[in-house]
Write a protein that binds this ligand. Structure first.
Ligand SMILES: [Zn+2]
Length: 396
């Protein structure tokens, strides 16, 4: 694996070092792994600053603009402006192949499946790469763009879709909408649900809730606009394998995942600090995958971590407890700084009127070792997001 990674990197870097202005001034030639280890790290802030300085696409361009066939961009949800990313026909092919071979492959999705994409098909790359990869696989691809949840639920039933693609939160909401309309989605033909955007499908209680609502097996997938599709969950169900045939992965001392892509040479990323925290499994996986596995999927974004009484927590740890209560339809972690103290309240929207937060508070305290207050808020007051729910709301 390491030899083949080095070969791919060296072959790709040759042209990048000649023509790509962004990387030319940062990188040196790589002959062996010790050269690689001396390459600088790159952050999202570096990429945003470069696009500010060289609008609209920045200077990370290996080829003339005519070679690029697709533009996608991030949501800019964390207060940054969107990051734009260009693909050539070759790099788009790379995306689709990884989806077909690795992402759908790991979930057991085949050309006989009918895949329903509960996405808006806006500028986010995940919608289009998932769709293109499914077409390459030979499956029947059904767009759920510009549909209400009711229309999506009815389409899934009418068309006998066998695979559902959406965020974990939306899988739960769609089942809930179905229930309120008298449509039983657990009786649909959907046998696999495939999720990204949030870690939910790797969080045991969220995954169980999705699997119960749909009578299906739920899989996680990780990826980033600026990197590509990076990981998939497997039959062992306790983590996400990182696709090492297409990326070089490193894990920093603080657990941050660092990635280098090996097939997107028109706009490549070398030693990119993803901002995601991971824990590597020390053992080979029982599924037989040759790829390293991060336990429990991505634990969270470095910038989503919050502190209560000196204890560092990720939203996914709270989610694992909250999702044990099927009455909770949406939740947010409100984090306030008051008199130099971190005060955290978990706000929940519930499907029942008489939900008592005492049980939930007790479970959170037992599992996390600190007290988090909980409060019920009226239905519809918490923010809904199509791509990834923002779980931590910071005030003050
Ligand atoms: Zn595995």
């Amino acid at each position: 694996m390491r030899d083949s990674q080095l070969l791919k990197l060296r072959a790709g870097l040759r042209e990048v070092l000649r023509t790509n202005a962004f990387w030319r001034e940062r990188l040196h030639d790589v002959r062996g792994w010790d050269d690689f280890d001396r390459l600088p790290m790159t952050t999202k802030a570096d990429l945003l600053a470069d696009q500010d300085m060289h609008p609209p696409f920045g200077s990370n361009l290996t080829y003339p603009l005519e070679r690029y066939v697709r533009l996608h961009q991030t949501s800019g949800s964390s207060g940054d402006h969107p990051l734009r990313w260009l693909d050539t026909a070759e790099s788009w092919e790379w995306w689709e192949r990884i989806w077909a071979e690795h992402v759908y492959g790991a979930a057991g999705v085949t050309s006989s499946d009918r895949i329903f994409f509960a996405f808006s098909f806006g500028p986010f790359v995940g919608f289009w790469s998932a769709f293109g990869g499914a077409q390459r696989l030979g499956a029947m691809c059904i767009s759920g763009g510009a549909m209400t949840s009711e229309q999506r639920a009815r389409s899934i039933l009418d068309l006998d879709a066998t695979v559902l693609m959406c965020t974990p939160t939306y899988a739960l909401r769609l089942a809930d909408v179905g229930r309120s309309l008298g449509l039983d989605l657990s009786a649909s033909s959907v046998r696999v649900t495939l999720h990204a955007g949030e870690p939910g499908a790797s969080i045991p209680s969220t995954r169980s809730a999705i699997e119960a609502a749909w009578s299906a097996v739920a899989f996680d997938h990780t990826g980033m606009t600026e990197l590509g599709p990076t990981g998939v969950s497997c039959a062992a169900r306790d983590g996400v394998h990182l696709i090492e045939s297409e990326f070089i992965f490193e894990v920093a001392a603080d657990g941050e995942l660092i990635a280098t892509n090996l097939g997107r040479w028109g706009m490549p990323l070398i030693r990119y600090r993803t901002g995601d925290r991971v824990v590597l499994s020390p053992e080979a996986c029982s599924c037989g995958s040759p790829f390293m596995k991060v336990l429990g999927g991505i634990q969270g974004r470095v910038d989503d971590m919050f502190t209560v009484r000196g204890v560092n927590l990720f939203p996914s740890q709270v989610e694992d407890i909250v999702r044990r209560h099927p009455e909770v339809v949406e939740f947010v972690i409100e984090h306030r700084r008051e008199r130099q103290m971190d005060e955290v309240t978990v706000l929940v929207e519930t499907s029942v009127e008489d939900f008592s937060v005492d049980g939930l508070e007790g479970e959170l305290r037992a599992a996390l070792g600190v007290r988090l207050g909980c409060a019920v808020v009226p239905v519809g007051t918490l923010p809904r997001s199509e791509m990834k729910a923002r779980r931590v709301l910071r005030i003050g």
